[in-house]
Write a protein that binds this ligand. Structure first.
Ligand SMILES: [Zn+2]
Length: 424
């Protein structure tokens, strides 16, 4: 770490809290001179590089650099998450003036002798890089948590609902089971235009934890802060040069890797195609992962609990077909769980049909509307057996609510045809 460059936060402005992953607090700030942005991370690890990178094409990756910050600066920076949502602090000196109690890293928690802290600096996925495009159009960023894109059954749980929808039932609670959102990941990944579009429209109507929408880097639409359906056109396209309909259509095309000139399908090379391929290295599913893990002897459990283990082992050893023991199956499950829980950031910006060269990718709709776009996969946090325990507890609770709901005659459309569900 001593060779990492030291960053002076006084060179940055517009500090803003972006969100919280399991291992990270994400804070955005703009470099006064270069416009590059910085994000803070509690834990820097090799997991991304050794395990996740092989699954994802370079254009979908956010490659972080390790930088160092002075520990006093990190203390001040850690005040940002305490500020009201989406509030920006313009200069670092203003941040220094704010009360010390706001900081997530109090001075008392800093070990004696610590002078610096390693952080991850990465490009901001709510901007389209290197564009020389018109400044007047909005950059619209859609952050989707696509969840698990294929159906897996669980021992003794013989229901035609996918993991996401069962867990969603648990979140909504028994009383509001019928008010659940319509989004099902199996629709999003289906490769069927109508189903995919329906899933996206459902998310815009009811974002829950699966959708956030930014305009020029500002959060405008999420679970807690919603734009009325009738105001979307005005919010995204104040000049009325496109419609929400165009945005949905462009999203379907870029997420599936399709274009207007060939039949619509989910391409393996697309962002969703790559995520799905990586998810499918898991052959056991949550229910079996839970029972296999619990049956392991204590010393093997302890090995799997080691957070650095997967990265040290490397992807080839994890995927080796020669190893099919419980430990290996669980490790594959854990890698897959990262991909079942990641987010996709799609940034789109209208470009005029007549303008010449585009440094980024462009999608052209049949009606002539064109968007420059960029796609990044984020929130690729390593998972531990704790994740299996928590998810299984919620899955069981969701199934209980589902059974009661079905007995009471509450209907939710099955995620897969009921006759296709086999006993396991
Ligand atoms: Zn579902």
């Amino acid at each position: 770490m001593t060779s990492s460059p030291v960053v002076d936060l006084r060179d940055y402005r517009s500090f803003c809290f972006r969100g919280e992953g399991q291992a990270n607090l994400v804070i955005s700030a703009k470099h006064a001179a270069t416009g590059s942005r910085i994000a803070k991370s509690e834990r820097v690890n090799k997991y991304m590089e050794r395990i996740i990178t092989p699954f994802i094409e370079p254009q979908f990756r956010v490659n972080p650099h390790i930088v160092e910050l002075k520990i006093r600066d990190v203390h001040h920076l850690a005040k940002v998450p305490s500020l009201p949502a989406d509030e920006k602090v313009e200069t670092f000196d203003e941040l220094v003036q704010l009360p010390d109690e706001l900081s997530f890293l109090p001075f008392s928690a800093i070990p004696k002798g610590t002078k610096r802290l390693g952080c991850l600096q990465m490009l901001d996925a709510t901007s389209i890089p290197n564009t020389v495009l018109t400044k007047t159009e909005n950059t619209i960023t859609i952050e989707v948590k696509p969840k698990q894109g294929f159906f897996q059954n669980h021992p003794n749980f013989n229901v035609p609902y996918c993991n996401n929808c069962i867990l969603q039932i648990e979140k909504c609670g028994s009383g509001r089971f019928s008010e659940m959102y319509d989004f099902c990941p199996l629709d999003l990944y289906s490769g069927n235009y109508g189903r995919m579009r329906h899933s996206l429209e459902s998310l815009f109507r009811d974002p829950h934890r699966n959708l956030r929408v930014f305009v020029n880097g500002y959060l405008v639409h999420c679970d807690k802060k919603t734009v009325e359906q009738s105001d979307f056109d005005e919010t995204f396209f104040p000049d009325r040069r496109a419609k929400l309909d165009d945005l949905y259509h462009a999203l379907c095309l870029v997420l599936s890797g399709s274009d207007e000139n060939s039949p619509f399908q989910l391409h393996d090379s697309s962002v969703l195609g790559q995520i799905l391929t990586a998810q499918k290295i898991d052959s056991i599913g949550l229910g079996r992962a839970f029972s296999l893990y619990n049956a392991l002897p204590g010393n093997v459990k302890a090995e799997i609990l080691d957070k650095t283990r997967l990265a040290r082992k490397g992807l080839d050893a994890i995927l080796s077909p020669a190893k099919n023991d419980a430990q290996n199956l669980i490790e594959r499950y854990l890698v897959s769980a990262t991909m079942k829980d990641c987010s996709i950031m799609v940034s789109l910006k209208l470009v005029s049909p007549s303008s010449g060269e585009y440094p980024s990718d462009v999608v052209t709709l049949a009606n002539g509307t064109r968007f420059a776009y960029s796609i990044k996969i984020v929130d690729l946090d390593p998972k531990t057996p704790k994740h299996i325990q928590n998810a299984y507890t919620r899955l069981s609770a969701g199934l209980k609510i589902l059974r009661i709901g079905i007995e009471q005659g509450v209907r939710r459309k099955p995620c897969v045809p009921p006759e296709s569900v086999e006993n396991v």
